[in-house]
Design a protein around this ligand. Structure first.
Ligand SMILES: Nc1nc2c(ncn2[C@@H]2O[C@H](COP(=O)(O)OP(=O)(O)OP(=O)(O)O)[C@@H](O)[C@H]2O)c(=O)[nH]1
Ligand SMILES: [Mg+2]
Length: 207
């Protein structure tokens, strides 16, 4: 306190920067590269290869006729959720012949967003099983191609047979706000899971 009674402003505690790795997974053409690209603050690193006639009959383009490239290794992007949390995003390749890379890609991740395209929901089963098997927290983002939610989210949950505790959210992979919100849901869920496994309560105030 000085002579006129003002308190000297307290020195703000230095903020600690935390970073976390998140995987964006899903079936072929579910929108993973689009998702990473819409939210990343850096120019995303992509490994897209042109799809050629050689993939005719292997890659089903019925749902995404304008798709001309596919991810052959991974997508990489970065987003700050607030000033002290940076997420590093790793998008997986969707095609089955590249799945051998997934084990390397998920190493060190706190969790995953599994993107689902309800026009070919069955493609989400393998990615979901992958994270279930490894016990890595995941949420499901139903990518609303053309902004239209084709099915009720409860029906999607039932079709995917995922537990009620696992967040299942609607998202538009092309929209930054929507992808960011999906990532926030992922991080909150991963944090809850982390605390639950250690028998701790969420220290944040309710409401
Ligand atoms: N209309 C619409 N098109 C989308 C949306 N998300 C992705 N697309 C389109 O769908 C196609 C597939 O998107 P990608 O982001 O390449 O999908 P991906 O999951 O990375 O595909 P792979 O890496 O090949 O498995 C592209 O032509 C995108 O432009 C969406 O939300 N709405
Ligand atoms: Mg891709």
């Amino acid at each position: 306190m000085d002579s006129v009674g003002f308190k000297a402003p307290r020195q703000a505690a230095p903020k600690t920067m935390t970073s976390a790795k998140i995987v964006v997974a899903g079936g072929f053409g579910a929108g993973k590269t689009t998702f990473v690209g819409s939210v990343s603050e850096i120019v995303p690193l992509t490994t897209e290869a042109m799809m050629t006639d050689a993939s005719t009959g292997i890659d089903d383009l019925a749902a995404t006729p304008n798709k001309s490239t596919t991810t052959v290794a991974m997508d990489f992007g970065r987003v700050s959720l607030d000033e002290d949390l940076i997420l590093y995003l790793f998008g997986t390749p969707g095609q089955e012949r590249f799945w051998f890379m997934w084990d390397d890609l998920v190493r060190g991740a706190i969790g995953a967003v599994v993107l689902a395209d309800t026009r070919r929901l069955a493609d989400s089963f393998a990615p979901i099983d992958f994270f279930e098997d490894r016990g890595l927290p995941y949420i499901v983002g139903v990518n609303t191609f053309d902004g239209v939610l084709q099915h009720d989210l409860n029906d999607v949950r039932e079709a995917l047979s995922i537990d009620e505790s696992i967040p299942l959210v609607r998202c538009d992979a092309r929209e930054r706000e929507s992808t960011k919100q999906t990532l926030i849901t992922m991080v909150e869920y991963a944090m809850q899971q982390w605390l639950a496994v250690r028998g701790m309560n969420d220290p944040r105030p309710v409401g």
